[in-house]
Design a protein around this ligand. Structure first.
Ligand code: NA7
Length: 287
């Protein structure tokens, strides 16, 4: 079994690392803020810095955004200060494909390390159950090295192309999730205002053309005003929409719906809901 370093134990990383440990992998764990409340899984030990995590065979990261990846890779005591030739860095975070390509190039040039971007979809529920889907970008041989390690994490890993292609695919996923979440809030709002019990929507629409995992997860929570526990942060979707719009600008793609979703999501985040669950979007509709 490979020794795996896992950096970033937030909502997703804590669940993913627990599944890797349960599958028997030796783990080196690091989180920027110490998290003593997280029970240390079997076969795991804490390390003090990202650099110290580099004694693992493979380094996996799952942090908030591109700035966080820059910190843990190129910051003081970062991965770049201790990484070794042909060591593999796997980034499960969702960040910009443009930044991904730049960081991967720099890490390869200075350290000879290889990068696979492997953002995931499926939320905390998918992470908990090992049912995530992974969209990977990187060299064929690096993705092949990663694939067996993802068995406890994901129902599917698809190799989408060169470094950055995984992140681009994840942005496509997030365009659909963000617009869908906003439409679900509108549907719950319309049902409620017009006198239909919105709690009945998700079971009624199950299996029809409008059905989706977000509908099944978000609609009941919105209808009942249940926003805890946080499963998808509003700020996470906002970051993804920003990255998608920046990518679109660079390749002359037009994304009018994503543009509108970004405006609505930004307004919601600015009214105090940045760290709230996506189900809180219903509050923007006054019911
Ligand atoms: P969370 O639960 O908000 O967790 C974010 C993690 O990222 C958490 O471990 C943070 O550490 C870490 N983080 C944030 N900024 C930094 C910096 N600057 N340096 C090091 N570590 C940092 O997010 P999720 O688990 O839901 O999502 C993670 C990714 O998967 C994200 O890209 C999603 O879009 C998909 P902290 O505990 O705050 O010290």
């Amino acid at each position: 079994m490979a020794t795996i370093a896992f950096l970033g134990l937030g909502l997703m990383g804590s669940r993913m690392s627990r599944r890797l440990s349960a599958a028997g992998h030796q783990l080196l764990l690091w989180n920027r803020t110490p998290r003593p409340e997280l029970a240390l899984p079997a076969h795991a030990q804490w390390v003090a810095t990202p650099a110290a995590a580099c004694r693992a065979d493979i380094i996996m990261c799952c942090v908030s955004d591109g700035a966080a990846m820059q910190d843990i890779v190129f910051g003081e005591q970062g991965i770049a200060s201790a990484g070794r030739r042909d060591q593999l860095l796997v980034d499960f975070s969702s960040i910009s494909p443009i930044l991904t390509r730049e960081m991967a190039r720099q890490l390869h040039q200075t350290k000879g390390m290889h990068w696979v971007d492997a953002p995931v979809s499926g939320g905390t529920q998918g992470a908990e159950q090992g049912r995530l889907i992974i969209m990977a970008g990187g060299r064929e041989e690096d993705v092949a090295r990663l694939r067996p390690l993802t068995l406890p994490l994901a129902q599917r890993l698809t190799h989408m192309g060169e470094v950055g292609a995984g992140q681009t695919s994840k942005l496509c996923n997030q365009l659909i999730v963000a617009s869908n979440a906003l439409l679900i809030a509108e549907a719950v709002h319309l049902a409620t205002r017009s006198g239909v019990d919105a709690r009945a929507l998700a079971p009624a629409l199950a299996g029809g053309f409008a059905d989706s995992l977000p509908l099944q997860i978000l609609a009941p929570r919105m209808a009942e005003g249940r926003f805890e526990p946080v499963q998808w942060k509003v700020s996470t979707l906002l970051k993804d929409l920003d990255n998608a719009l920046a990518l679109a600008e660079g390749c002359d793609a037009s994304l009018p719906l994503a543009q509108r979703a970004r405006e609505l999501m930004a307004r919601h985040a600015a009214s105090g809901f940045a760290d709230a669950d996506l189900s809180s979007l219903i509050n923007s509709y006054g019911a």
